[in-house]
Design a protein around this ligand. Structure first.
Ligand code: ZN
Length: 298
């Protein structure tokens, strides 16, 4: 009986030790974007902070056109870096530090228009696997999309990056076993958002997690587009989340108020930071027929 009691106490101690996890350190990089970054970075901050899983800091760059030489980040201080940035070139020191952070096994979440940024920076484009706009075309790599149960690499010449009219659309899972998506519905309806299509790049997708169909009647590509995936880049853990176009205000921001977006952002950040996902699936996760929103981002 005594041994049994000791085993129970040991088990409780282990549960207590693993339950009291200290928050992961997250950094959001923002400050320039062709998108509404004053809305998007606050939404991301609230989502991460209110989960209790992350201690969040934000690096805000100088404004577009200003001197970027003093904008530097010590990436090694963070378990995960969320890139919400599309703007002027970082200084060489910052770029090298980011490449080193990735090569050393850092965690990176590329969010929405982060994949528009830095068309000339080869390593950065490899960290995204796919990008768009800013003069991207066949020189940057194939179009990559999902067809007949596999990813197609299509070298047809043409511009990289477009999207049709914003709408609600169904996300379809392509790898239900990956920790980021394990337990989530295989099909769920996302809040009104852009649907990035005709993206192109080196195409080094690791695990394709979700695609969505871009209907031609809304000026989409007529293809199943990869929207959430991990990226094979050295020892880094990278998740690329193409959804989540910021609305005009925090109150009118359906793509980021969507519980599906918030859940995937949190799970991607945890996986990139730790290699594991221990969050339960929320009860209010969207279904295939119905969107679900957390308007306060918590
Ligand atoms: Zn957008």
């Amino acid at each position: 009986m005594k041994t049994f009691t000791r085993i129970i106490i040991a088990a409780l101690l282990i549960i207590a030790a693993t339950g009291a996890r200290k928050p992961q350190k997250a950094l959001i990089i923002t400050g320039q974007n062709n998108h509404n970054w004053p809305v998007s970075h606050v939404a991301i901050e609230r989502i991460l902070s209110s989960s209790g899983l992350f201690k969040v800091e934000t690096a805000i760059s100088p404004a577009r056109g200003e001197d970027m030489s003093g904008f530097k980040v010590d990436f090694r201080r963070y378990d995960v870096v969320v890139v919400d940035y599309n703007g002027d070139e970082w200084c060489d020191e910052m770029k090298s530090a980011f490449e080193r952070y990735a090569a050393d096994g850092g965690g990176i979440v590329m969010y929405h228009a982060a994949d528009n940024s830095f068309p000339q920076w080869k390593a950065y484009n490899e960290m995204n696997a796919l990008g768009g706009w800013e003069g991207r075309n066949e020189k940057d790599g194939p179009y990559v999309y999902w067809k007949d149960g596999a990813l197609v690499r299509d070298m047809t010449p043409g511009p990289g990056g477009s999207h049709g009219a914003q709408h609600e659309y169904v996300m379809e899972c392509r790898d239900a076993a990956h920790p980021i998506v394990a337990g989530l519905p295989e099909r769920w309806k996302h809040g009104r958002d852009e649907l990035y299509d005709r993206m192109r790049g080196p195409g080094n997708i690791g695990d394709l997690l979700y695609t969505a169909y871009a209907p031609q009647e809304l000026r989409g590509s007529g293809r199943n587009e990869p929207l959430i995936f991990t990226v094979d880049y050295g020892r880094a853990r990278i998740c690329h989340i193409m959804i989540g176009h910021a609305g005009p205000t925090l109150e009118d921001n359906p793509a980021m108020q969507c519980v599906g977006f918030q859940t995937l952002l949190l799970r991607a950040c945890e996986w990139c930071a730790t290699g594991k996902v221990r969050q339960p699936v929320p009860d209010d996760f969207p279904t295939e027929g119905e969107c679900s929103f957390r308007k306060e981002y918590r």
